[in-house]
Design a protein. Structure first.
Length: 112
């Protein structure tokens, strides 16, 4: 569960993160960098798809600047994975609702 989120800052289990991150069911990948800063490509999500989640929640940033490439959407659909793409504040709410019930991975852009 995510305790809180504000621009550039996310708190999880008493730890504060200030870099983009991916929340796996059993670990956190912090300091997550993408090939192209504000574009999320299929290559950026390889380790996420390998985990075969039921849901992937993507936070596109405080203002929603990060774009999710069509290939990511198509890959999720072809694997039967539900994809939620929202501004990060809303994505945090969605993640906290879904994750306790389904195998969920969250990928969050914390700024822009």
């Amino acid at each position: 569960m995510i305790d809180s989120y504000s621009f550039g800052r996310m708190e999880i289990g008493g730890h504060t993160y200030t870099s983009d991150l991916i929340l796996f069911p059993d670990k956190i990948k912090d300091s997550w960098w993408r090939e192209s800063g504000h574009r999320l490509s299929l290559r950026d999500m390889e380790d996420v798809f390998q985990e075969a989640p039921e849901f992937i929640v993507i936070g596109t940033g405080f203002y929603g600047i990060m774009e999710v490439e069509e290939e990511v959407k198509q890959a999720a659909q072809s694997k039967g994975i539900s994809l939620v793409i929202e501004k990060t504040k809303k994505a945090v709410e969605s993640y906290n609702k879904i994750a306790p019930q389904k195998k969920t991975i969250g990928a969050f852009h914390l700024t822009c």
